[in-house]
Design a protein around this ligand. Structure first.
Ligand code: PRP
Ligand code: MN
Ligand code: MG
Length: 181
């Protein structure tokens, strides 16, 4: 185990398992978007690894753009009020948008983002989230593509951070309580 891996109590998904799942989703997207020119919208920063692997797995032309958002208010996230830190450079009129996310936790970020992007004249807006925590949902989000449903544990790796660390783990694992308590 590397240093950062020793901060995990367990590995939920290895790099290989993640890549296999992303390939599965890519095959489905190639069928669903045949003849179209989807725009992949990554949500910084957690989505960078999924975006990098998913976009390269797709055997079709796909443009990429990025947003950075942050929750307003009480300091804790999941207030549901979101502020745009970096907006898209792309005009969404008539575009088929696929939002790419690492994880849906409470669902508040994506629920807001979905509403926001749908007001911009896109032809369609769908979501690919690698991970979803059904038990943590505060709001139901209509997600077309989900990689894995996971328990309500503190997970890190493959883009997911704790205090900006662990994003560079190749797999996804459960963070050991001694790290954050
Ligand atoms: C994390 C994660 C999702 C969001 C999910 O991002 O990457 O974007 O939280 O949480 P929710 O479903 O409860 O809204 P975070 O705000 O930590 O920023 P980051 O991507 O830069 O880590
Ligand atoms: Mn994020
Ligand atoms: Mg984070």
């Amino acid at each position: 185990l590397s240093d950062i891996e020793s901060d995990l109590t367990s590995v939920l998904y290895t790099e290989e398992q993640i890549h296999a799942k992303i390939a599965e989703v890519a095959r489905q997207v190639e069928v669903d978007y045949e003849g179209r020119d989807p725009l992949l919208v990554g949500v910084l920063k957690g989505a960078v690894m999924v975006m990098a692997d998913f976009s390269r797995e797709l055997k079709m032309s796909a443009a990429m753009d990025w947003m950075a958002v942050s929750s307003y208010g009480s300091g804790t996230k999941s207030s549901g009020v979101v502020r745009i830190l970096k907006d898209l450079d792309t005009d969404l009129h008539g575009r088929d948008v696929i939002i790419v996310e690492d994880i849906i936790d409470s669902g508040l970020t994506l629920s807001w983002l979905l509403d926001n992007l749908r007001t911009r004249g896109a032809a369609s807006v769908e979501i690919f989230a690698l991970l979803r925590k059904p038990e943590a949902a505060k709001v139901q989000v209509d997600v077309k593509y989900v990689g894995f449903e996971i328990p309500n544990d503190f997970v890190v790796g493959y883009g997911l951070d704790f205090d900006e660390r662990y994003r560079n783990l190749r797999g996804v694992g459960v963070l050991a309580p001694h790290v954050y308590s």
